[in-house]
Design a protein around this ligand. Structure first.
Ligand code: ZN
Length: 136
C-alpha cells in the first residue's frame, strides 16, 4: 500500500528532478570578480549550456534589455518562479530562454544595482536549467 507523505507532492518531486541550479561561475566565462562583488557582467560574457555545451555570448545590454520578459509559457514560468530565490539586492531580474541546441529551458538570475542614473551593474547569481529535449 502506498503511503502519502505530507511534505513532498509528486509535482514538487518532478520539478526538483527536472530543473538544476548552477552557480554562475560554473556556467559562465568572462565574469569579473571584485572586492565587493562577484560574477559581474563587464562588456560580454559567455554562457555554456550544462546540458549540451552550446555557447551563447551575452552582453551587458542583454541584461539591461531583459526586463523580465520570458520566452516561457506561464506554466513553465511558474515552475521557474517557484525556484527563483529573492536575492538580497535592491533589484533583481532574470533572462528566460530555450537553449538553441538542446532546447533546455534556462533562466539566468541576476541582481541589478544602479550606481548612476541609467547605469547598472549586473551580477549574475545563478542559472536554472531544465531538461533538454533534443540531442546534440
Ligand atoms: Zn543546451
Amino acid at each position: 500500500m502506498l503511503e502519502w507523505s505530507g511534505n513532498s507532492s509528486p509535482v514538487r518531486m518532478m520539478r526538483s528532478a527536472r530543473i538544476d541550479h548552477y552557480e554562475a561561475h560554473s556556467v559562465f566565462h568572462g565574469l569579473l570578480e571584485g572586492e565587493d562583488y562577484r560574477n559581474r557582467v563587464a562588456g560580454a560574457c559567455i554562457y555554456c549550456c550544462p546540458r549540451c555545451s552550446h555557447r551563447i555570448r551575452f552582453r551587458w545590454r542583454s541584461f539591461y534589455q531583459a526586463n523580465e520578459r520570458s520566452a516561457f509559457k506561464w506554466k513553465l514560468r511558474r515552475v521557474f518562479d517557484d525556484m527563483t530565490p529573492a536575492l538580497k539586492t535592491d533589484e533583481q531580474g532574470f533572462l528566460d530562454f530555450f537553449c538553441p541546441t538542446c532546447a533546455a529551458p534556462t533562466r539566468i538570475i541576476f541582481s541589478a544595482d544602479d550606481y548612476a542614473k541609467l547605469a547598472y551593474h549586473f551580477d549574475i547569481y545563478a542559472a536554472l536549467v531544465g531538461a533538454g529535449t533534443r540531442q546534440k
